[in-house]
Design a protein around this ligand. Structure first.
Ligand code: G3I
Length: 344
């Protein structure tokens, strides 16, 4: 008999998965109903999906996920109010349609910044206002840190036009529209990397000191079977907890290839690779349970290996980063996670 992940971890933290709207019916939906209690939209709540052009809001796809969640006693986390990719270019064009980043006149730059922040404020308030009774957990900004860019802040159009004010504006608007129950997260990948972690820590600390309402850090946790270490993942959560912040694992998956490896095993995956993945998933969930005081949810970026972004990144190939295989059968990794749930 296959146990339910959700039931196994009920006393530790909720388990979630990112999905596309079409997964709310068919075989994926059965897997979701059995194993998860949190849902995240893999793409359809991103800025360009919800507001592709100014003032044109499209809710159909997002609503499908919210409705499916309601029917099945699940919660939805929102991903993501702000991002530098999957965002309509109209956000960053001035009244004449010119790219704001090309502006050199300081007065016009100031006017552009004001316009951008107004558009952002409207985007956030409209979405949070619509879903505040159904959604309480929000990725407010996504991937704003980039150690290779000046000041360690990602040199996105948001940052080039508005500096860090876009982050403060998004959090403030989300708090005002969502009220005190809304849990507001800053989400990023590679938060285990000490350089990136410390840049994120300093940013969050500065924003909190300015009174910006941030409740927690979302750790995407796109990892692979060789790294990073479980200890470094937990150490980062501990550091943010010291600031009084909550932690979430928001996009967990585990590639079967090292990050800089571009080879392809094809469909016949080596057993030793699946076993290695199982060991690491087991170790990870053991650590998650031991640290559940600072971790309040674990969301997978997908549910089974038939559908994962890693089939297309960094090259088109077979990958198998999740707990269920392409036929939706439990993998060795699933059983290792079950064991971690049952071990004191
Ligand atoms: O919907 C269009 C379709 O109309 C078009 O014909 C087709 C042609 O390329 O593209 C479709 O859009 C794709 C979209 O997913 C929806 O399927 C994009 O090409 C594709 O790039 C996009 O990929 C998504 C990626 O974010 C974009 O950056 C992945 O599905 C999604 O899993 C991934 O998720 C991100 C998180 O949001 C943030 N953290 C990292 C994570 C993995 O990259």
């Amino acid at each position: 008999d296959i146990p339910s992940l959700h039931e196994l971890f009920e006393e530790d933290f909720p388990i979630g998965a990112a999905i596309e709207p079409n997964q709310t019916s068919g075989p994926s939906s059965e897997l979701l109903k059995k194993h998860v209690r949190w849902l995240v939209a893999e793409n359809v709540m991103k800025p360009d999906a919800i507001q592709p052009s100014e003032g044109q809001f499209i809710w159909t796809n997002a609503d499908r996920i919210v409705e499916f969640a309601k029917e099945n006693n699940m919660q939805v986390r929102f991903h993501t109010l702000v991002w530098h990719t999957q965002v309509g270019p109209w956000f960053f064009q001035d009244a004449e349609g010119k790219p704001m980043v090309d502006e050199t006149d300081p007065k016009r730059q100031e006017a552009n910044k004001k316009l951008l922040l107004e558009r952002l404020d409207t985007h956030v308030r409209t979405i949070v206002g619509r879903y505040k009774d159904d959604i309480t957990s929000w990725d407010v900004v996504n991937e704003v840190i980039e150690p290779g860019d000046p000041d360690g802040m990602r040199a996105s159009e948001w940052y080039k036009i508005a500096g860090t004010d876009y982050i403060a504006t998004a959090f403030r608007a989300a708090r005002e529209a969502g009220g005190p129950e809304a849990k507001l997260y800053i989400n990023d990948y590679g938060t285990d990397n000490p350089v990136k972690r410390d840049l994120l820590f300093q940013l969050v600390k500065d924003l909190l000191e300015q009174g910006v309402p941030i409740d927690g850090v979302g750790h995407q946790t796109h990892i692979d079977i060789y790294g990073p270490s479980v200890d470094s993942i937990i150490a980062s959560m501990r550091k943010f907890a010291e600031l009084g912040l909550d932690n979430l694992v928001t996009e967990l998956d585990m590639s079967i290839y090292a990050w800089n490896d571009r080879s392809d095993y094809g469909q016949d995956l080596p057993q030793e690779i699946l076993n290695l993945q199982a060991d690491r998933y087991g170790e990870l969930f053991k650590a998650f349970r031991q640290n559940k005081d600072i971790l309040s949810g674990v969301v997978f970026w997908g549910i089974a290996d038939d559908h994962t972004w890693l089939h297309g990144f960094p090259v088109a190939r077979t990958n198998a980063p999740l707990l269920f295989d392409r036929q939706h059968q439990p993998k060795p990794a699933f059983w290792a996670v079950v064991k971690a749930a049952r071990t004191e």
